[in-house]
Ligand binder design. Structure first.
Ligand SMILES: *Cc1c(COP(=O)(O)O)cnc(C)c1O
Ligand SMILES: *[C@@H]1O[C@H](CO)[C@@H](O)[C@H](O)[C@H]1NC(C)=O
Length: 386
């Protein structure tokens, strides 16, 4: 299989280099010709959906296939593409009873030349490894993870939103205990799968700041618990607090450290970033119970590259008043500007609460331009599918 992928990569590289020699040096994104569909590398955006590409939201949509690999007798089997969106599962599976399950989230984007690229899949593979280790599940080797991701995107290429639609192919890798075990022990059989679906731009009508509520009656994660790994249970713990916050008019909740409730941790499903313009600082919390976000890591690199001082440290709640901009970040949205944070009677405002801060906008645009292949990928984040 490896040689096959090398061949495809070679083909794509060849294709690009031909285009480059035919054109005079022009701006980066103009230098490529439109690639024609190759037999083993179909064109993105050719599927017929129930909505226009521009109107996609963030919900499940059927595609051609998902990918599945099973772990049995101490080894991973070979990946298969499955067209039915169902699995047959033992009623004693540890994932169902004890939550032995973890997941990932990443996107693939079509560029103007119709090539398709995943954003930092190596980082997802590494994070999945740490989730597996913490929950006693067998690790999926990084190379196998990347090959599986590439293969399932390629098989579903028609469903990758075309360049210009602002959408992306969302990949949801999932690894769980599928073997039966009733006494508390790790399973001896596991299933790894990757579900894919086309998703739209979260902000079709442009970015707009939203209010956040500090969650005080519940904790998302314990200091030495599983908050720093991407396990299924972390999300169910947040369902009720999330729903209660929404009823009060807050689309997003902010968690503090659970032992003292004095420092900032993260939003329910995204990391916290504070921008202190007067001191030219990008600040993000350091904590043992925060999930290390790949978006946050990427934005930190972009901020540092633009000359911002990047600090990763404890952030006391009162420091909120020092920030002119606050951002919630994650793969699904990239950035969500936060207009204000409310904690009981305390209200912290960022900017006028209506317009998106300049730094937030700049970071967002730069990140999206790299993902769309419109800005040089100087950090080497994009991994070409074909
Ligand atoms: C997945 C996740 C994030 C965002 O991580 P990204 O890699 O940027 O998508 C943030 N917080 C929690 C709790 C998460 O599970
Ligand atoms: C931001 O990302 C980095 C790298 O993934 C992580 O170590 C840090 O804890 C993150 N900050 C927050 C608030 O999660």
């Amino acid at each position: 299989m490896r040689s096959f992928f090398t061949l495809v990569a070679l083909f794509c590289a060849l294709d690009a280099s031909i285009a480059f020699t035919l054109t005079k040096p022009v701006p980066f994104n103009r230098a490529m010709s439109i690639r024609a569909a190759a037999a083993d590398c179909p064109l993105p955006g050719t599927a017929k959906l129930d909505v226009d590409w521009q109107d996609l939201g963030f919900e499940f949509r059927p595609t051609k296939s998902h990918l599945k690999v099973e772990y049995k007798n101490g080894a991973w089997g070979s990946p298969e593409l499955v067209s039915e969106p169902y699995i047959k599962l033992h009623i004693g599976a540890t994932a169902l009873h004890y939550g032995q399950a973890c997941f990932e989230g990443l996107k693939a984007y079509a560029h103007e030349d119709n090539s398709v690229h995943m954003f930092r899949p190596d980082e997802n593979a590494k994070r999945l490894r740490s989730s597996c280790e913490r929950t006693m599940m067998p690790v999926i080797p990084e190379e196998l993870f990347k090959e599986c991701a590439r293969e399932v995107v390629k098989d579903n290429m028609a469903y990758v939103p075309p360049y210009g639609s602002n959408g992306a192919m969302y990949l949801r890798p999932l690894l769980f205990g599928s073997g039966a075990r009733v006494g508390l022990q790790p399973a001896d059989e596991y299933t790894f799968l990757i579900m894919v679906m086309p998703v739209g731009d979260y902000y079709k009508d442009g970015l707009a700041p939203i209010p956040a509520l500090v969650i005080e009656d519940y904790d998302r994660a314990a200091p030495r618990g599983v908050g720093n790994v991407k396990v299924a249970g972390n999300y169910v713990a947040d369902l009720l607090p999330n729903m209660e916050g929404k009823k009060k008019g807050f689309p997003i909740g902010l968690y503090l450290d659970s032992s003292t409730q004095t420092t900032i941790e993260e939003f329910s499903t995204s990391n916290f970033i504070g921008i202190n313009k007067r001191q030219n600082k990008y600040v993000t919390p350091k904590s043992s119970s925060v999930l290390p976000s790949i978006t946050n890591k990427s934005l930190m690199a972009l901020a540092a590259d633009s000359g911002w001082k990047v600090e990763q440290r404890e952030i006391p709640v009162e420091e909120l008043k020092e920030f002119e901009e606050v951002i919630a970040c994650g793969t699904a949205v990239v950035v969500t500007p936060i207009g204000k944070v409310v904690r009981g009677d305390d209200v912290y405002n960022f900017g006028d609460g209506k317009t998106v801060g300049g730094t937030t906008m700049e970071l967002y645009k730069r990140m999206r331009a790299i993902q769309n292949g419109e800005e040089e990928d100087k950090f080497g984040w994009n991994v070409q599918v074909c």
